[in-house]
Write a protein that binds this ligand. Structure first.
Ligand SMILES: *[C@@H]1O[C@H](CO)[C@@H](O)[C@H](O)[C@H]1NC(C)=O
Ligand SMILES: *[C@@H]1O[C@H](CO)[C@@H](O)[C@H](O)[C@H]1NC(C)=O
Ligand SMILES: *[C@@H]1O[C@H](CO)[C@@H](O)[C@H](O)[C@H]1NC(C)=O
Ligand SMILES: *[C@@H]1O[C@H](CO)[C@@H](O)[C@H](O)[C@H]1NC(C)=O
Ligand SMILES: *[C@@H]1O[C@H](CO)[C@@H](O)[C@H](O)[C@H]1NC(C)=O
Length: 931
């Protein structure tokens, strides 16, 4: 682990502004620069892969998200990012201002998101160094002005989004550096005139779109013409009344002009402007006489969007006459005109047209569409859109005139209750039919007859309860059938019979409880089947048998599946779905799947994605994922209440797994037995578990790991977690927010900074060194005691002697002249010969039988005798040498001799004693002393 070092090992440096700025942010809003530098340098140098406030995208390297981190300035996020970051998203923070060169560390940045902050001020030079930046999002902030110098060095910027800021002023030179700008959105601001904006953008030779909707614009001018490149100008939702003030050429290059929802009431307002280039003009929501406008201006009727002009029925006729021309009209848009009714041939006076849009009116019925048109038009109409009206009923159109080219019909957002038989007989070429978001309770069995070319049918969000096989019988080209969010509770056998090209069937959000064995019959090409949010109680292999050769996606989430036994009574439900690659089983209601029976996923040999989250799994059998050798993504998140530790070997066959989500599953530990075989695992999410440590030996078995999330685990500050600190300095695995892992539940102690020195001491050695001597001592003491009791005792006395003597250094007066040491066997010679002889010479002798104090210990007496006598006379014989007392006396005397370096020992050899015998005595060598 960690042999690869990450490429951006560079010391952390904070941006220094190239020149002192005169206009700094106000002090209350940003900490002064010096302080920032200081805190920056106080933080430990980080060369890590794992960022304080950002997460690198797992799929797109060098894309960073640092959202919702309560950041007050970009510095804490930017400071530890690699210099080759290409995208940075700092949305949803609490920044109030940007310092100069705030992003200079990231010169490769192409996308910068700063939306949803509290930015009030951008310092001049805030984006210094971002020479290749392409997209800058400053939307939803508190900016009131775009000042000069702010966008310096953004020569490559192509999109600048400043919408939804309380913007009042744009400095005339603020946008000058943006020579590559194509899109500028200033929507939702407080700007009051187009003129100043025009002045600011006049030099932008690439600008194509300028969005100024929802400002407070009341006038256009005064201002220079907009750049020739500007094609689209959006001025909707302002308060423009007069279009006065601007120069006539101001809009002369604009092609698409949106003036909807303004307050323009006088058609003459347009005459001051050169609008000859306009190809699409929106005027919805203005109290304007549009016919007068067409009469007096050079706007061509076909370039006008007639939506929202409250034309009424007569108006419609006039419009059609105005639109006449030699060529077919591409699109007639009549939205929001309050149309309540269309009589037969109402649109006959219109030119031949391809698309008709009647949305957002109050039509209660349109009948069979061909009835509205004239003979010439029948041939051309291709697209019919009648959304957001009050349609209640689609009549039977068996007899109606055919529109041979009509291929798209949308009747979305109406109130359609019934569809008559052959309701679309007028459109035999129909390919796309949208009937969604209506009130259909019941679909006539013959309603869709004859639509042999239909490929897409949307019936979702209606109230259908029953489906009949005959309804779909003619739809032999259908590829997508959407029946989501209806009230279907039963699928009868063969209901989809004949849909031989159907690839996608969406039955989500219905009331299905049970699927009959033949309900999916007749769908030989079905690839995607959505059965989510129903009430299915069980699934069985027989249901899927008709589609087993083709089915790739099966969505069963949020049904009522539940297993209470570990053993299946029937064959595994997905047994023969050998093409399935995506299976969703998450969030079964109301209490989750609870169990995964043994071999539940048997046969899913092609499965790549499996989602089992939110299922309160109580147990996972070790064999359950056995067949899933191709699995790449497995999600078991939020299965708490159930799993504690995963069984050994549960992932053993998942050699291709790349993404494993185990968030909040109650894991206590990671073991090699469970995680040992995941050699391709890249992303491991382990947040909100009970893990106290991330086992290092497990990590070493995950050679492909790139992303590890351990947020909200009670990781402990113990030596088991030193890996984090090691990884931070040298690792290929991104650890999510590694500086926010606290020590268990302590809130101010962090794992990345706890003192690990103790972990690297060899504690064993220290303990050994500490205890071994004690043990040895305990072993030796009894032996020593047993063997050398006397010796010790003797040395003890020697010591006492020495001590005594040391304290009485001064020449003292002796009690005796000599202490006679002898063995009792030689007593007769001593008493009869030696003592009388010496005492006659007026020596005072100390004899043990005469002068030792009775009651005192014999040893004390000997010591006193030796030290109170000037000399010690030893009467040496063989017996003497054998006696321990005598030896002791000699020893004491000889010690005194050695110590005082005075001649105090007198040896009297009574008989010839061999050298060997002399040395056996306790005292060692005493031979050859003077006599
Ligand atoms: C930043 O992230 C937010 C939230 O996920 C997203 O809505 C926004 O589009 C992102 N902005 C950019 C510039 O990528
Ligand atoms: C413009 O105003 C209309 C009507 O008030 C509103 O429905 C629409 O959402 C507004 N559009 C914008 C871009 O604000
Ligand atoms: C599944 O396939 C096997 C052979 O591949 C076959 O014997 C079995 O009947 C099939 N099961 C179903 C339910 O079709
Ligand atoms: C790490 O896992 C190995 C093998 O499963 C185990 O022997 C070891 O005790 C674990 N270490 C810790 C600190 O849990
Ligand atoms: C997370 O870490 C960052 C950087 O160390 C710090 O500023 C922030 O306050 C931390 N947040 C929490 C919730 O601990």
């Amino acid at each position: 682990m960690g042999s690869l070092s990450h490429p951006w090992h560079q010391p952390l440096t904070l941006p220094i502004s190239p020149r002192p700025s005169t206009r700094m942010c106000s002090p209350h809003c940003c900490p002064p620069r010096l302080l920032l530098l200081l805190t920056g340098t106080l933080m430990p140098m980080v060369h890590s892969y794992g960022f304080r406030n950002c997460i690198e995208d797992v799929k797109v390297p060098f894309h960073f998200r640092c959202i919702q981190r309560f950041l007050e300035s970009p510095a804490p996020a930017v400071s530890d990012l690699p210099p080759h970051a290409t995208a940075l998203n700092l949305s949803y923070n609490i920044m109030r201002c940007l310092q100069p060169s705030a992003f200079a560390r990231l010169p490769q940045l192409q996308t910068l998101g700063l939306a949803y902050n509290k930015l009030e001020t951008l310092s001049p030079g805030a984006f210094n160094g971002l020479g290749v930046l392409n997209v800058l999002d400053l939307s939803h902030n508190q900016l009131t002005t775009l000042a000069e110098g702010v966008f310096n060095s953004l020569g490559n910027l192509s999109s600048l989004l400043v919408q939804h800021n309380p913007l009042r002023t744009v400095s005339p030179s603020a946008l000058l550096p943006l020579v590559s700008l194509r899109l500028l959105s200033l929507r939702g601001g407080r700007l009051s005139g187009l003129g100043p904006v025009a002045a600011a953008v006049q030099g932008l030779a690439q600008l194509e779109l300028l969005d100024l909707c929802a400002n407070n614009l009341t006038t256009l001018g005064p201002g220079p013409p907009l750049p020739a490149s500007l094609l689209t100008l959006q001025l909707c939702n302002n308060s423009l009344g007069e279009l006065a003030g601007g120069s006539p050429e101001m809009l002369s290059h604009v092609k698409v002009l949106d003036l909807s929802y303004n307050n323009i009431s006088r058609a003459e307002a347009f005459t001051q402007l050169d609008l000859h280039n306009i190809s699409l003009l929106h005027l919805m929501g203005n109290p304007l006489d549009v016919f007068h406008l067409l009469d007096i201006s050079d706007i061509r009727p076909r370039n006008l969007d007639f939506s929202g002009l409250v034309l009424g029925a007569q108006g419609l006729n006039k419009v059609c006459l105005k639109l006449q021309g030699p060529q077919a009209l591409q699109r007639l848009q009549l939205q929001r005109n309050g149309l309540k009714e269309l009589r037969s041939h109402e649109l006959e006076s219109c030119p031949v047209l391809r698309e008709l849009d009647l949305s957002w009116n109050r039509l209660q019925q349109v009948g069979c569409a061909s009835r509205l048109l004239g003979k010439k038009q029948w041939e051309e109409l291709e697209v019919l859109t009648v959304e957001h009206n009050l349609l209640k009923k689609l009549p039977s159109c068996l007899e109606a005139q055919v529109l041979p080219r009509l291929h798209n019909i949308s009747f979305r957002f109406n109130r359609i209750l019934t569809v008559g038989p052959s309701a679309f007989a007028y459109a035999p070429a129909l390919r796309v039919l949208w009937l969604n978001i209506n009130s259909l309770v019941w679909l006539d069995k013959q309603a869709l007859w004859g639509l042999h070319n239909l490929t897409e049918l949307r019936l979702d969000n209606n109230l259908l309860t029953d489906l009949y096989g005959t309804s779909f019988a003619h739809l032999c080209s259908l590829r997508t059938l959407n029946l989501r969010n209806n009230r279907v509770s039963v699928l009868f056998a063969g209901v989809f019979q004949g849909l031989s090209k159907l690839q996608t069937l969406d039955l989500g959000g219905n009331n299905l409880r049970h699927l009959a064995a033949q309900s999916l019959q007749g769908l030989p090409k079905l690839r995607r089947l959505y059965l989510d949010r129903n009430r299915l109680l069980e699934v069985s292999s027989t249901v899927f048998a008709p589609v087993q050769a083709t089915l790739g996606v099966l969505d069963l989430q949020a049904n009522n599946l539940q297993y209470i036994s570990q053993w299946l009574r029937k064959p595994p439900p997905f047994h023969n779905l050998s093409k399935l690659y995506d299976l969703k089983l998450q969030a079964q209601q109301p209490y989750g799947l609870k169990m995964l029976p043994h071999h539940f996923f048997q046969g899913l040999v092609e499965l790549q994605r499996l989602s089992l989250s939110r299922n309160m799994l109580r147990a996972i059998p070790p064999d359950v994922f056995e067949d899933l050798g191709k699995l790449r993504s497995l999600t078991l998140a939020d299965s708490s209440n159930g799993i504690h530790d995963l069984p050994d070997g549960v992932f053993r066959n998942l050699g291709n797994l790349q993404f494993l989500d185990l968030e909040n599953v109650g894991l206590h530990s990671l073991t090699l037995e469970v995680f040992g075989n995941l050699s391709k695992l890249k992303v491991l999410r382990l947040a909100r578990n009970e893990l106290k440590t991330f086992n290092d030996s497990v990590a070493s078995q995950l050679p492909s790991l790139r992303y590890l999330d351990l947020r909200k685990c009670p990781l402990s500050c113990t030596c088991d977690n030193t890996w984090l600190q090691r990884w931070l300095n040298n690792s290929r695995v991104q650890v999510v927010y590694p500086y926010n892992y606290t020590c268990g539940s302590q809130h101010n102690a962090y794992i990345h900074s706890f003192d690990t020195r103790v972990c690297f001491l060899d504690l064993g050695l220290y303990l050994f060194a500490g205890t071994a001597p004690a043990v040895l001592l305990l072993l030796v003491v009894p032996v020593v005691y047993h063997r050398t009791y006397w010796k010790l005792k003797y040395h003890w006395y020697l010591l006492r002697c020495w001590v005594n003597q040391r304290w009485r250094r001064e020449e003292k007066r002796y009690l005796y002249d000599g202490f006679v040491s002898y063995n009792s066997a030689d007593e007769s010679w001593v008493l009869q010969k030696l003592v009388p002889e010496l005492e006659r010479g007026a020596f005072r002798l100390c004899l043990h039988h005469r002068d030792f104090q009775p009651g005192r210990s014999i040893i004390d007496n000997i010591v006193d005798a030796v030290y109170n006598s000037r000399k010690t006379v030893c009467v040496v014989s063989r017996n003497y040498l054998r006696s321990e007392w005598c030896s002791l006396e000699v020893q004491l005397a000889s010690y005194r001799l050695l110590d005082e370096r005075r001649d105090i020992l007198v040896l009297v050899l009574l008989e010839d004693v061999a050298d060997a015998e002399l040395t056996t005595g306790q005292g060692g060598v005493i031979k050859g002393s003077s006599s």
